[in-house]
Design a protein around this ligand. Structure first.
Ligand code: NIG
Ligand code: FE
Length: 410
């Protein structure tokens, strides 16, 4: 029993088809599949017929799924789900004709959430954020990226990142934290954006030393920061060996995609206004395009990301919720996949890859997003007859069970 090859598996699921996503295209379909794991990692993801007739010889825990499909656990690679309060009032204002940028310039928007977050202590922030993380988990997300960016001072950013870490521990899922202090200019720095950027750069090593930062992000936009300002933040990240990503070209082409690609960034996110030069730079750097159809939908945008150019140049596309109180109050990654298909005409297969293997890549993670021996045992059993249903149904409860690192979490 000391030989690890001989040790019993911790669990084995049979009786479902697998969409392994192994390989460059297709679902990696295995009819009548079996998925076994040990010590949190997959040891078998293939045909049931490849295993001995008696599965109990392999594992003391054998689950008969009774049909359905198993996919890798979903990876939500772009969220702002730690916040306090809500902005439903702004939603009503926008329906009356007010614009997102107009509300932001009048002191609403991100600044409104900053006021709410600054007034909330850590436990309050955790209590308000937990139901959102639970909703994403219940619909299949086993890895969540969570950004700061509503504190905009040292204590507020730190509190948000600490809450993000606590959410992962509380729910038993993986959380990757992203430092997004360069999200908006706080009122105490009005008219002094460069000085604020210096403060953002000054806080980073201290937060990193506390183990609170996995990546660094910024918002390059007319209502955010300039490309040179984001570049200074990226240089500080590089000094610490931290990877970067960017809110790029959401409302206008600010050269964000090329900027983040120049730092071999993990991802350029939103990218509706990214031009051909930005796409080429992303392709050369291996930077993932993170599509956020929730924000596109809620803001009733019409300008599509350059999807054909991404495909033509081989830029991997990910899909995420962008869960946030302003532009995307979206609590289901499957719903984001649905919106990516309807608005952006992704195929259901592209959307599923976008919410698994390509999303993992947008976080710099190579140990998940595919069902293959050696990968983390993060998987979802779905009550569906075919994978396309994951992008077909609007709403509903399709996840029958969710496992993260081999442990059942929903
Ligand atoms: O990704 N673009 C900036 N950040 C968020 C919106 C944040 C907010 O409005 O609270 C986004 O869409
Ligand atoms: Fe965002």
């Amino acid at each position: 029993m000391n030989d690890p090859q001989q040790a019993p598996w911790d669990g084995l699921v049979v009786g479902a088809s697998l969409a392994t996503l192994d390989g460059d295209r297709g679902y990696g379909e295995v009819q009548d599949g079996a998925l076994g794991w040990r010590d949190g990692c997959i040891v078998h993801a293939g045909p049931r017929a490849a295993l001995p007739a008696d599965p109990n010889a392999l594992s003391g825990v054998v689950i008969d799924a009774g049909g359905g499909w198993i996919t890798p656990g979903l990876v939500d690679c772009h969220t702002h789900l730690v916040f306090a309060g809500d902005r439903a009032g702004e939603f009503e204002q926008r329906l009356q004709g007010a614009g997102y940028e107009e509300i932001a310039r009048a002191g609403g928007g991100i600044a409104a959430t900053v006021r709410a977050v600054r007034a909330a202590d850590e436990d309050t922030l955790l209590a308000q954020s937990l139901p959102r993380a639970r909703a994403l988990l219940a619909d299949g997300a086993t890895t969540l990226e969570i950004k700061s960016g509503y504190g905009l001072d040292f204590d507020g950013e730190r509190r948000m990142l600490r809450v993000a870490r606590r959410l992962g521990a509380e729910l038993g899922i993986a959380v990757r934290t992203t430092y997004l202090a360069a999200h908006a200019l706080p009122p105490e720095f009005a008219g002094r954006a460069d000085a604020y950027i210096e403060a953002v750069i000054g806080w980073l090593p201290r937060l990193h030393a506390e183990g609170l930062v996995d990546a660094v992000d910024a918002f390059v936009e007319r209502i955010g920061f300039s490309a040179p300002q984001a570049q200074r933040v990226f240089e500080a990240a590089r000094t610490l060996g931290l990877p970067v990503k960017l809110h790029a070209d959401q409302l206008s082409d600010g050269g964000g995609a090329a900027l983040v690609a120049g730092f071999e960034g993990l991802s350029a996110d939103h990218v509706e206004h990214t031009g051909e030069a930005g796409v080429r730079a992303m392709a050369a750097a291996g930077t993932v395009a993170v599509l956020l159809p929730g924000a596109f939908h809620v803001l009733r945008e019409t300008r599509l990301p350059p999807l054909d150019a991404f495909r033509a140049h081989g830029v991997p596309m990910a899909v995420a919720t962008d869960c946030n109180p302003g532009t995307s109050p979206l609590l289901s990654l499957r719903q984001a996949m649905q919106l990516a298909c309807t608005h952006f005409r992704l195929t259901p297969e592209e959307a599923l890859r976008g919410a698994t293997v390509n999303a993992a890549r947008a976080l710099g993670l190579r140990d998940r997003g595919v069902l293959r021996p050696g990968m983390r045992a993060d998987f979802v059993h779905w009550a569906v007859a075919r994978p396309a249903e994951l992008c077909y149904w609007l709403g509903g409860q399709l996840a029958a069970s969710v496992h993260a690192g081999g442990r059942r979490v929903a």
